[in-house]
Design a binder for this molecule. Structure first.
Ligand code: MG
Length: 449
């Protein structure tokens, strides 16, 4: 895929992601889909309206009617697509910094597009220009007023509302000034929670924090948890398809630990879980603990969704899938990441015990991550060649489905190029933090000598 990566296309606004580009992608998608109506959604970014207007114009110009959803979480656009049997275009750069924006495409089943359809659309963009409709056949637009309420209801109906309400939880919430500002606070209140918020005013400049929900951006939320004596802190990324948690003591919960706890609850013997090649040993332990099978894909929601769809088509039960960054998929609910649904499912777990106790069985590992910046593709290829040599000589089991992952008896290490930035990422995880650091240092030294 040249244009679309593993989570759509993203770039700097008016540099890589221009209104012209958005219009061309929309014309190509509108033609390849052959749908009469398509939904258009966006997150809170300053460029969102500009690009959503271009997308809507592009769709209209090839004769497609448009449902304008305005600012909604990415999972709410997936919901609208699935509930109404129409594809969707989402203008979002998810967790990237404010100057970025991007485009995600969703099929009529509410699942992110498969690689084959994305490639057809790419070809249409590259071949351009797309034939346009006659004056009396251009598309119309309508605004969908109840799209947030419809999404909130879909989540409320799919969780154990009575158990969460009975627990009378106090929640601290940080929706990152993003699309979750409009939906997660009312959802939590309707689940009977007392809700305290930070960064909950929709603002595409993201003044309170960067949209990526990593611990260094969540210090205000940790303080809020302590200040209001909350049972849990919840943080989203900019488009609210991810949820990460802070425990009742104000300490961040590793995204792999919350994924492992949810997986242990969801899986039974004979089930399959899908995760990516950087999966934490915490998740491996949880899956093995219940006798389920773990399937790994390259990193990125597109690859996970494709594998889940294949497995379920073959009658394999896949009750949960996801990555350690808070992006979790519950396929029986919907094959798409959903921050609010994930948060509500985690509330079910803390209804009868503290959050720290829920994740306690999954806290025994340490992950170390380092990045090596490269200047150009020649430099990148040289680094990867050295990584390959090092990985092949290292003892352990080598997995090359996305970069180089080596599993040894007591640790694993992964070297792979980032899908969105000019960086080689190096990860290692072990029960002993020094062992993890040692592996990362050895790998980076081998590449950078
Ligand atoms: Mg996201």
């Amino acid at each position: 895929m040249d244009i679309f990566g593993s989570s759509g296309v993203r770039g700097v606004v008016n540099d890589e992601i221009t209104p012209t580009f958005a219009l061309q992608v929309a014309q190509a998608a509108g033609t390849v889909w052959s749908a009469s109506r398509v939904a258009v959604a966006r997150d809170t970014r300053t460029s969102g309206r500009m690009l959503a207007d271009a997308v809507s114009s592009g769709l209209g110009s090839v004769g497609v009617d448009v449902d304008r959803l305005g600012v909604v979480p990415t999972p709410a656009a997936h919901h609208h697509a699935a509930a109404n049997g129409m594809p969707a275009v989402i203008v979002t750069a998810s967790h990237n910094p404010p100057k970025f924006n991007g485009i995600k495409l969703v099929g009529t089943d509410g699942v992110g597009l498969d690689i084959e359809t994305l490639e057809q659309i790419e070809t249409a963009v590259i071949d351009g220009p797309t034939p346009t409709a006659a004056w009396d056949a251009v598309g119309t637009q309508r605004s969908i007023e109840d799209r947030r309420e419809a999404y909130i209801k879909s989540v409320l109906e799919a969780v154990d509302r009575a158990a969460i309400q009975a627990a009378e939880l106090t929640i601290a919430l940080d929706p990152a000034h993003g699309a979750g500002c409009f939906t997660t606070p009312p959802l939590l209140r309707r689940l009977g929670c007392e809700v305290h918020t930070v960064n909950a005013d929709a603002n595409g400049r993201f003044p309170g924090r960067d949209p990526e929900p990593v611990p260094e951006h969540l210090k205000d939320l940790c303080r809020l948890v302590k200040a209001v004596d909350a049972d849990l802190g919840i943080a989203h990324d900019g488009d609210a398809d991810r949820a990460v948690f802070i425990d009742e003591t104000g300490s961040p919960i590793d995204g792999s630990a919350s994924l492992a706890a949810l997986a242990a609850e969801e899986l039974t013997d004979g089930d399959t879980m899908v995760s990516a090649v950087n999966v934490s040993q915490r998740v491996v332990d949880a899956v093995e603990g219940v006798g389920a099978t773990l399937e790994l894909t390259p990193i990125g929601a597109t690859y996970l969704a494709e594998r889940i769809t294949d497995l379920r088509a073959g009658d394999t039960a896949v009750p949960i899938a996801g990555e350690g960054n808070g992006g979790i998929i519950f396929p029986p609910f919907r094959t798409a990441r959903d921050g609010a649904y994930t948060a509500a499912r985690f509330l079910e777990l803390i209804a009868d015990r503290p959050a720290s106790a829920v994740v306690a069985p999954y806290t025994g590992y340490h992950m170390v991550r380092e990045n090596i910046a490269y200047e150009d593709t020649t430099h990148r290829d040289r680094l990867l060649e050295r990584a390959q040599t090092w990985a092949r000589e290292h003892s352990g089991t080598l997995d090359t489905r996305d970069g180089y992952r080596i599993d040894t008896d007591d640790a694993w290490v992964l070297i792979r190029p980032s899908g969105t930035e000019p960086l080689i990422r190096v990860y290692a995880e072990a029960a002993d933090p020094e062992r993890a650091q040692h592996l990362v240092t050895k790998a980076t030294t081998a590449m950078d000598h």
